[in-house]
Design a protein around this ligand. Structure first.
Ligand code: IMP
Length: 431
């Protein structure tokens, strides 16, 4: 498929990095279209572990073009730290391109993000406190500073001065913080500019030309469907559009260019931060899932809340993303359970059972899971390499998901390593 979008179908942390890393082998361009360093991908290559936040997961494949689209928000300090680390570890970063239209995360965004959460108290969203929401808010208010502003010292100075004339009042009066020194910030940002400017490019044109040459483009969604600003569990969402449609606006491509949408789902479910979670597991299963699955945040180290696969959410993800295939990750984590609950419907207040994701937040907040109990396989599957090699109960589990969601499973993850992925059906194909 010349242009494939990979999207998280749950609340993030589905193991998209590993799926993208695998598919990147056959892609020419790997493009992130939204989010910033709130994302976190753990990639295991041989004995080495890489934790990436901003740079697309394809970077570990030499020679691939790795791009950050206009829909992303870029913390220049984080981008440079990531470039430095990759280079120190022998990874070539010369093929990284950043859209000039992407917005910069500035120091006041990080302060406002963290302090707004504190002020919300018990009502907080549980953000990563990386300044993501405030940066997108400034973008929507048309007062943001963009990556392309780094190219022109005069414009950059002016923009920082204008922004600080408002932000420093906010910082002082609302957040009771010290104002940010204009000169210190400007000099630091100019130093970042020297490092970032060689990577700035017209990403829409780059992707368009790659497709015209018959190359393969893999669009990498960060976060996930239920964290989407418009389609997720608002307000417990991120501030961008991780859904597949976000790839069009976030890279500057038309919807007719998208050939396939691969949804990545964990074989169970996790959530970071606050908000309702109908299929959250009871103890001791919650802790077992967390320990077996290593469910701690890549970015923040926070414990992830753990529960059972929610097919109501997955059907919804299939709908809003137009999924053509599924990748089910971490199936091995379920190997020790005698029976595995799967949430097939929600019981709403009043007793009605629905297979559909509630459009009204109160219904979602009060939804109770209706479980089907599937037999477990209780065998180690971490070295299985073919569909036929899986225990019958594991194959039945996957078939149940396919039937319930109406989307075929193409990939199945059985462990952390790159080679622990069963190919059930062909996915990304060279054009
Ligand atoms: P923000 O994106 O930092 O504003 O956080 C908003 C919400 O999205 C919070 O509930 C975060 O925990 C969640 N979130 C953001 N990025 C990720 C991610 O990569 N994985 C899982 N949750 C995330």
């Amino acid at each position: 498929m010349p242009l494939t979008v990979t999207v998280g179908t749950q609340w993030g942390d589905e193991g998209k990095g590993k799926v993208v890393d695998m598919l990147a082998e056959r892609a020419d361009v790997i493009a992130r279209y939204q989010g910033g360093n709130n994302a976190g991908h753990t990639l295991v290559l041989g004995d080495e572990t890489f934790k990436l936040r901003l740079v697309p997961s394809g970077i570990l494949h030499p020679g691939k073009m790795c791009v950050l689209g206009n829909g992303c928000v870029i913390d220049p300090e984080v981008l440079i730290a990531e470039l430095d680390e990759l280079e120190q570890r022998g990874v070539d970063t010369s093929n990284i391109r950043v859209s000039g239209n992407a917005h910069l995360i500035m120091p006041w965004h990080r302060i406002i993000d963290a302090d707004s959460e504190l002020m919300l108290g018990r009502l907080q969203i549980g953000t990563t406190r990386r300044g993501i929401g405030p940066a997108y808010a400034d973008k929507a208010s048309r007062v943001g500073i963009r990556v392309q502003d780094l190219l022109d010292e005069k414009i950059l100075r002016q923009k920082i001065q204008t922004a600080l004339s408002v932000k420093n009042v906010l910082l002082r009066k609302i957040y009771h913080q010290r104002p940010i020194d204009k000169d210190v910030l400007t000099e630091a940002t100019l130093r970042y500019a020297t490092r970032i400017c060689p990577h700035i490019a017209d990403i829409s044109l780059l992707v368009h030309e790659a497709l015209e040459r018959g190359e393969t483009v893999l669009c990498e969604g960060a976060q996930a469907t239920l964290l989407d600003l418009d389609h997720g569990t608002y307000p417990f969402v991120t501030s961008s559009n991780p859904v597949a449609g976000g790839a069009c606006t976030g890279l500057g491509i038309g919807p007719t260019r998208v050939d396939a949408v691969l949804g990545v789902a964990k074989a169970y479910l996790t959530r970071v931060g606050e908000g309702p979670f109908p299929s959250e597991a009871e103890e001791p299963h919650r802790t077992t899932l967390r320990d077996q699955g290593g469910e701690y945040g890549t970015v923040t180290g926070r414990e992830r809340r753990c529960g059972w696969l929610d097919l109501v959410g997955l059907r919804y993800a299939a709908r809003v993303n137009g999924l053509t295939q599924l990748a089910i990750t971490k199936l091995d984590v379920l190997s020790n359970f005698e029976t595995i609950p799967v949430c097939a419907g929600y019981e709403l207040p009043g007793g009605k059972v629905t297979p559909h994701f509630p459009s009204h937040q109160s219904d979602f907040h009060h939804a109770r899971p209706v479980y089907e109990y599937l037999p477990g396989w209780q065998t180690d599957i971490s070295s299985v390499t073919t569909a036929a090699g899986l225990p019958a109960a594991a194959r039945d589990y996957l078939r149940f998901v396919e039937e319930q969601v109406g989307v075929p499973v193409a990939l199945v993850g059985t462990g952390q390593r790159r080679d622990q992925m069963i190919v059930m059906r062909e996915t990304l194909r060279a054009a």
